[in-house]
Ligand binder design. Structure first.
Ligand code: HEC
Ligand code: HEC
Ligand code: HEC
Length: 132
């Protein structure tokens, strides 16, 4: 996904915030999906939730980043049946691996690979190799 840099800079801060709230990592094709809130994700992703909550993203309710700011609005992929199927989840709007381009919407300075990988804690890798 390519950002129209100039357009972004020309927008008023309020518009920027609104767009950020809708989901800076999402594309326009996700318009039909709604945000459900981090509490819903917590049920199944407690490790990620707990570490996110104590990070600046979780603490700053206004300028921080919600789960769905990075992973896309969750109403379509939220159910276990969809979440367990990476293909279906993606089709329903899940951004499994958010890219650095999305971080740039809020962060002016370059984001390192390490910052991207440690933006919240991760579940330890289970024995099955293809899933985390
Ligand atoms: C009913 C349980 C459940 C809920 C609720 C849920 N998930 Fe998931 N999620 C899963 C399962 C199961 C997987 C697949 C196994 C894994 O990666 O842990 C998964 C995978 C993921 C992945 C990784 C996908 C990949 O291919 O690596 C992300 C990112 C994710 N969920 C984000 C979210 C977000 C954000 C929310 C809230 C909007 C959410 N999930 C709500 C159960 C759930
Ligand atoms: C600032 C952006 C950002 C926010 C906010 C965020 N995530 Fe993530 N998430 C990522 C990135 C980036 C990855 C991939 C990291 C990697 O594998 O290197 C990821 C990976 C995941 C995964 C895949 C499994 C794992 O842990 O590696 C799950 C599940 C997940 N996030 C759930 C959540 C939930 C639930 C929330 C909210 C409580 C959340 N994320 C908030 C960026 C974010
Ligand atoms: C919706 C806006 C927004 C997005 C998108 C966003 N961040 Fe942030 N981030 C913030 C704010 C606000 C802070 C707190 C102020 C600061 O430190 O700049 C922050 C802080 C951080 C910090 C400092 C960590 C801490 O808790 O002390 C890191 C690292 C970070 N972000 C990484 C990322 C990465 C990586 C991405 C993309 C996957 C990302 N951010 C996306 C708003 C955002």
């Amino acid at each position: 996904m390519k950002w129209k840099e100039k357009e972004w800079r020309m927008r008023k801060p309020s518009t920027l915030l609104l767009i950020a709230a809708i989901g800076v990592f999402g594309s326009t094709t996700l318009a039909a999906q709604n945000k459900v809130g981090a509490e819903k994700c917590k049920v199944c992703h407690k490790i990620q939730y707990d570490s996110w909550l104590t990070s600046k993203h979780g603490k700053d309710k206004e300028k921080g980043a919600q789960c769905e700011t990075c992973h896309g609005p969750g109403s379509g992929y939220l159910t276990l049946a969809v979440m367990k199927d990476p293909v279906k989840a993606k089709a329903a709007g899940l951004i499994a691996k958010p890219a650095k381009t999305g971080c740039a919407t809020c962060h002016k300075n370059a984001i390192s690979d390490e910052a991207l990988a440690t933006v919240h804690a991760h579940k330890a890798k289970p024995v099955t190799p293809e899933r985390r």
